[in-house]
Design a protein around this ligand. Sequence first.
Ligand code: CMP
Length: 219
Amino acid sequence: LQQVPLFQDLTAAELETISPLFVERKYKKGTILFFEGDAGDEFFLIQSGVVKIYRIDNSKEIILSLFREGDYFGEMAMLHKGNPRSATAETLEATSAYTLVRAEFQQFMERSPKLCLRLLEVTAERLRRANEQIYDLTFLDVRSRAVKTIVRLADEHGVRKPNGTLVDVKLTHQQLANMIGTVRESVTKVLQELQEEHILSIDKKQILVRNIDALRAMI
Ligand code: CMP
């Protein structure tokens, strides 16, 4: 747990107190961890894998965030007793997570100001990002939103390769559309254009950004 950013400021003694409280769970790809509206009594910290946080309306879906190793989620329903889950969480790959029940999470927060500060920091960052999403969805066209989403994916999930930055999550055009807030056909068109411009290439559902500077210059 020491490697997890959320716990980076904790002392060895503090870490020793919380480590045994976590229960390790393994989930197959495509497992729903909880639904929007459920009562929430668990906090999740990802050890490996990818989790999609989304909201759904009839058959339309908007992906709010993708989380990976070291990221956590499910804190909102825990911090506010009356609130149900604000979104649905589903694994995009086989995922292993450490889970913590409400009573223990709260107990630990009460004991550790450092942990509270770190949680606030992450919450502020997520709010900033959500504001960005509101702005993008309100003011930007589909191509600009697609470009911004790919830059974000490269920044948050990118692995450096000799020929560019590989987005380390497999995403279908439909899933990308659900992140951008558009239809699949529009994503296919933009990706085609960006490939023709030699800015990126796609192999086995993974995006390789070949020219991140050119992509950034577009937004
Ligand atoms: P909770 O409401 O308990 O369950 C859904 C979780 O998804 C929520 O806690 C947060 O951890 C996470 N979440 C919800 N909305 C966002 C968002 N806009 N950006 C990042 N994470 C979110």
